[in-house]
Ligand binder design. Sequence first.
Ligand SMILES: Cc1cc2nc3c(=O)[nH]c(=O)nc-3n(C[C@H](O)[C@H](O)[C@H](O)COP(=O)(O)O)c2cc1C
Length: 259
Amino acid sequence: MTAASIDEAKRFEMDEPPTSFPATQPDGSPLKPITRVLLERRATISFASDEVPDDVLETILRFGAQAPSGYNLQPWRFIVVRDRQNRERLQRVAFNQAKIGEAPVVIIGVGLKESWRKEAERIFREGARRGAGRLEEVEQRVAQAVKALEQERTDVWVTRQTAIALTTMMLVAEAYGFDTVLMEGFDAEGVRREFGLPPDAEVVGLLAIGRMRGEEKPYPGRLPLHEVVFKERFGEPWTEAKRSPERRIQQTDLPPGER
Ligand SMILES: Cc1cc2nc3c(=O)[nH]c(=O)nc-3n(C[C@H](O)[C@H](O)[C@H](O)COP(=O)(O)O)c2cc1C
């Protein structure tokens, strides 16, 4: 680092967005576009032992940490579990789901229900130094956030934030050609005990990442859009858009059930 770049780095305490990351999947094929990421992802039933390369894992984590959060408070923390014995310990507190022991990487997503209070001023001050907000309003913004969040259930609030970051990681892993499953089947007290979580930690989810073993699970279907999307008011069915064929692409590279 030159003196100038050290000065530049010292200007801000927090990470910049990733500027350098693997340009392709590990086998050299291009990263999947977002449409394939979203359509090809399936919850993986069983994992092979193939590793996730360090630089891909780091990229998954870096992009996950770019997820949005309420007031930018980032109340999430992630424990990356790769050691076999630790994965087995995690499996035991996750209803013995075999995929946890099999997958080379499992990320424990945790939300901190209280620690954000200590971080709020630092985060708002840094945002203002970067031009997102005004320095003279930092104290007022902290007070507003604290007041607003005191009205919330903090377990729900941290779950909302941390789930978005875990989802981001899941989709980035898919873009790099890896298979994933996000899991809620665990005993939170067991995870707390085995992995040294602080008292205010809420265990939000486990994200296993690796390479699928065996057959991919069939697409299980989704409720019809008109049942889950309403127009303007709850209960008013969504009406499907008219399709203009000339502007559409066909995902012909997807299996028939998913086209
Ligand atoms: C929040 C969440 C929790 C889940 N928990 C588990 C789990 O504990 N074990 C498991 O095998 N799958 C789990 N899944 C995977 C779902 O069963 C799966 O996503 C769903 O059946 C739809 O299948 P698809 O993801 O292949 O489309 C979970 C998924 C989500 C989003």
